[in-house]
Design a protein around this ligand. Structure first.
Ligand SMILES: Nc1ncnc2c1ncn2[C@@H]1O[C@H](COP(=O)(O)OS(=O)(=O)O)[C@@H](OP(=O)(O)O)[C@H]1O
Length: 640
C-alpha cells in the first residue's frame, strides 16, 4: 500500500469528481506508435528539458520533482529518492504534452466482455486470504472468473498488495517477477483457447506476439475509488510497454484516467470500451471511477522483440505462488536455495561493511540477523555435540526459515575475519554447510589496511561490545611497536624466513623459494594457532595484509569459481555501481543500480603514519602483493 494519506486521496477524489462534472476534455486520440522505452525514466532535476518545463510551469523543482505519492499495482510505489538516480533524458519530446499517451487502435471486445460478465459487478471479493485458505473453499461457479476461490483452485492466485488493498478485483492471465527473469502463464491463459481468441484483436492492434507479453490481467476498479497520482516502479517498468484497454465502462464520461510526464501535465485519456492505448507508466498517472459500477480494464505489459526472457513457465491450475514485494517463486521450489548463499570473508578494514551494505540494497537480498555473524570463529559453539546442532546454531544467524519459501531471494553474511582465520573457519564451514557458497573478498593497499586496523583497535569510540572485542592490548603501544610484535610472532612461527628483522629487508631468493610452499602453509597454521586468540581483536596487524597467503588457503579448499576478489581502490576509480556489477554477476543476481553509494565504517585518524614505517611496510608487502596474480590472474599483476 502506498504512502498517500487518506485525506489526500479524498481530496484527489473530490477534485476528480469536479473535473468529471466539468466534463474535462480528453486528449486527442493520436497514434504516436510505441512509446520509446528510453523515455521510461523519471524526470530528474539534472534533466535540461525537465528544468525547462519547470520554468515554464513556474513550479519549484523541490516541490515537483518526484514527490512521494501513492501506490497503484503490486510494485507501483513512488519513491521520493529515485529522481536523483534516474538517467537524465536528453530527448525534448519526452516531456511534451501527450508524450505519455499513444492511441493504438480501436478493437472489438465483445468476446472478452462475454467471458467476464458473470460476477463482474458483484461487490468486492478481494479477501486478502492466502492461496491455501482460498483453495480450501468450495468453488461456487467455475464460469465466474472474478471469484477468488475459483481463481485459487482453477487458475493461480496472485497477490498484488496495493491493488488488493484498494479492493481492485483481478483476473490474472500472465505475470512476471520484478526483474523479468521468469514469466508465468496462468491456466486461464494457456488452457483457455476462448480467452486467447477473445484477446487476440488487442494483440493484433499492437502487432505483438503473445510471447512478448509479460503481464496481462483484468482489473476491476470499484465504484467511487480513486487511485491517486503516482508512478510505477520496479525493474520491469523500464523494459515494458504498458497498454490499457477499457473493457467494462458503463459511462466513460464518469471515469477520469489521466497521465503525463509530471503531475501538472497529466492529460485525460478517453476510456471508451475497446480503445487500445499505451501509456508511459513511469510518468505520473491517476484514475478515478466516479461511476456507481465497477470499471474493468485489460492491462498488459509487453517487451521489445529483442528482449530475452530466461524462462516462460506454464503454471498448473491451483498452483501456489510464494511472493514477496519483488520476488515470485513456485511453492514446488520451496527450499531450493540453501542458506547462506554468500559470505564476504574479508579482508578486514578493506571495505567489507560497504560491500555488504551495497549488496543489501538489492531487492532480492535479505540481510542476515547480524552483519558479522562470526558463527565460524568466536561464536562457534564448542559445547554443541552433534553436527546438526552446530548447523542449527550457524543457521540461527539468518532468516533461514522465512527464506525457504522464497528461493529467488538470498542471504549471506560479512565476517571479515574468516579470510584470515582459515585454520579454524574452513573445516567448520565444511562441517555445517555442504552446499555451494559464493565467497567475496575485498582487498586494499595492505599498508593502509594496517593503519586503519591500528586506528580502529586503539580507538575509544564505539559500542561497549565493539570496544570489548577489539581488546586493550594495543592501547599503550605505538603502531611501530605493534608491527614489531607481529613480526616477532611470525618469525617465531617460521612464517617469514626471508625477512631480516634487523635491516627490515626481504631476501628475495628465500622469498621465491618459500612463498607458496607447504612449509609456508604449515608455518601460517602454527601462527594462527598460537598467536590468534578468540577473545580479542588486538593481533595480526601485519600478517592480515598478506593476502595471497590467506586467500590461497580458501582457494585450495573450494572451487575457484566460488570466489570473487575486489579491490577497494576500484570503487574510487570506477564507481560503486561498476564494482557491484561484478558482484551481481558472481551471485547470479539481476543487474541493479544501488542508490546509496556512500562509504561505510569510515574513521578519521588520530595521526598520520610515519613515512619510514610506511616505506618499511610497503617493502614487506610488495612481493606478497605481486603474488596475488598467481591466484587471481593478470588483473592483479600490480595491485598497489
Ligand atoms: N566506498 C569506499 N571508498 C573508500 N573507502 C571505503 C569505502 N567503503 C569503506 N571504506 C573504508 O574501508 C574501511 C572499513 O573497512 P571494513 O568495513 O571492512 O572494516 S571492518 O573490518 O568491518 O571493521 C574504512 O577505512 P578507514 O576509514 O581508513 O578506517 C573505510 O573508510
Amino acid at each position: 500500500m502506498g504512502a498517500t494519506p487518506k485525506e489526500e486521496i479524498d481530496r484527489q477524489h473530490d477534485a476528480a469528481v469536479k473535473l468529471v462534472e466539468e466534463n474535462m476534455s480528453c486528449a486527442p486520440k493520436v497514434n504516436r506508435g510505441e512509446i520509446p522505452l528510453k523515455w521510461k525514466t523519471r524526470p530528474t532535476v539534472e534533466d535540461p528539458y525537465y528544468k525547462m518545463i519547470i520554468k515554464t510551469e513556474k513550479l519549484s523543482l523541490d516541490d515537483k520533482c518526484d514527490q512521494s505519492e501513492t501506490a497503484d499495482d503490486d510494485s507501483d510505489v513512488s519513491d521520493p529518492k529515485d529522481g536523483r538516480s534516474a538517467t537524465p533524458s536528453n530527448d525534448p519530446y519526452r516531456y511534451e504534452t501527450g508524450s505519455c499517451i499513444s492511441s493504438r487502435g480501436q478493437v472489438d471486445i465483445s468476446h472478452i466482455v462475454k467471458l467476464l460478465d458473470e460476477g463482474c459487478q458483484d461487490p468486492a471479493a478481494v479477501t486478502m486470504s492466502t492461496p491455501a485458505e482460498l483453495k480450501s473453499q468450495k468453488v461456487k461457479s467455475r464460469s465466474n472468473l472474478w471469484d477468488e476461490v475459483n481463481a485459487a483452485n482453477n487458475n493461480v492466485h496472485v497477490v498484488r498488495p496495493s491493488h488488493d488493498a484498494w479492493g481492485i478485483k483481478k483476473i490474472v492471465l500472465i505475470f512476471c517477477d520484478d526483474f523479468l527473469q521468469t514469466v508465468y502463464e496462468m491456466p486461464w491463459w494457456h488452457m483457455k483457447p476462448d480467452m486467447r481468441k477473445a484477446i487476440q484483436p488487442v494483440l493484433d492492434a499492437l502487432n505483438v506476439d503473445p510471447k512478448r507479453v509479460v503481464r496481462m490481467l483484468f482489473a476491476a476498479l470499484p465504484p467511487g475509488v480513486t487511485i491517486p497520482v503516482h508512478h510505477d516502479t520496479g525493474a520491469w517498468v523500464q523494459k515494458t510497454h504498458r497498454v490499457h484497454v477499457p473493457i467494462v465502462v458503463d459511462d466513460p464520461t464518469r471515469v477520469l484516467f489521466r497521465c503525463g510526464p509530471i503531475e501538472s501535465m497529466m492529460q485525460r485519456v478517453d476510456c471508451t470500451p475497446g480503445h487500445v492505448f499505451e501509456m508511459n507508466n513511469q510518468g505520473k498517472h491517476a484514475v478515478s471511477n466516479c461511476q456507481d459500477k465497477y470499471r474493468v480494464h485489460l492491462i498488459l505489459d509487453y517487451v521489445d522483440a529483442s528482449f530475452h526472457i530466461d524462462e516462460r513457465i506454464k503454471l498448473s491450475p491451483g498452483e501456489i505462488l510464494l511472493q514477496t514485494r519483488r520476488s515470485i517463486d513456485r511453492q514446488k521450489d520451496k527450499g531450493k536455495r540453501p542458506t547462506p548463499s554468500f559470505m564476504i570473508i574479508g579482508a578486514q578494514k578493506s571495505g567489507t561493511t560497504s560491500i555488504y551494505d551495497y549488496l543489501s540494497q538489492h531487492p532480492l537480498i535479505v540481510k542476515a540477523k547480524r552483519r558479522e555473524t562470526h558463527c565460524l570463529d568466536w561464536r562457534w559453539r564448542t559445547d554443541l555435540n552433534t553436527k546438526k546442532e552446530r548447523q542449527q546454531h550457524c543457521l540461527s544467524f539468518f532468516l533461514e526459515r522465512e527464506l525457504r519459501f522464497h528461493p529467488s531471494c538470498m542471504t549471506g553474511d560479512s565476517t571479515p575475519s574468516y579470510l584470515f582465520d582459515s585454520y579454524r573457519c574452513i573445516p567448520r564451514l565444511k562441517q555445517v554447510f555442504s552446499h555451494e557458497i559464493k565467497f567475496i573478498a575485498i582487498f586494499r593497499d595492505p599498508t593502509k589496511r594496517a593503519k586503519s586496523h591500528y586506528e580502529m583497535v586503539t580507538s575509544e569510540d564505539g559500542t561497549p561490545e565493539q570496544i570489548k572485542t577489539r581488546g586493550e592490548e594495543w592501547r599503550d603501544m605505538t603502531i611501530e611497536e605493534v608491527i614489531e610484535l607481529d613480526f616477532q610472532n611470525m618469525k617465531s612461527s617460521g612464517m617469514i624466513p626471508y625477512w631480516d628483522m634487523e635491516t627490515k629487508t626481504i631476501d628475495m631468493n628465500i622469498f621465491r623459494e618459500f612463498a607458496g610452499s607447504k612449509a609456508e602453509d604449515d608455518a601460517f597454521q602454527l601462527y594462527l594457532k598460537n598467536h590468534v586468540p578468540m577473545n580479542t581483536g588486538s593481533h595480526s596487524l601485519v600478517s592480515r595484509g598478506m593476502y595471497e597467503l590467506q586467500l590461497r588457503q580458501w582457494m585450495k579448499a573450494f572451487p575457484a569459481n566460488t570466489f570473487l576478489a575486489l579491490k577497494l581502490e576500484d570503487i574510487k576509480t570506477n564507481g560503486v555501481n561498476e564494482v557491484m556489477k561484478k558482484v551481481w554477476k558472481h551471485l547470479k543476481l539481476p543487474q541493479f543500480d544501488i542508490e546509496d553509494d556512500s562509504a561505510k565504517n569510515t574513521r578519521s585518524y588520530k595521526s598520520e603514519i610515519d613515512e619510514e614505517t610506511k616505506k618499511m611496510l610497503n617493502r614487506f608487502y610488495e612481493p606478497h602483493n605481486l603474488r596475488l596474480e598467481t591466484l587471481l590472474g593478470s588483473e592483479w599483476a600490480s595491485p598497489w
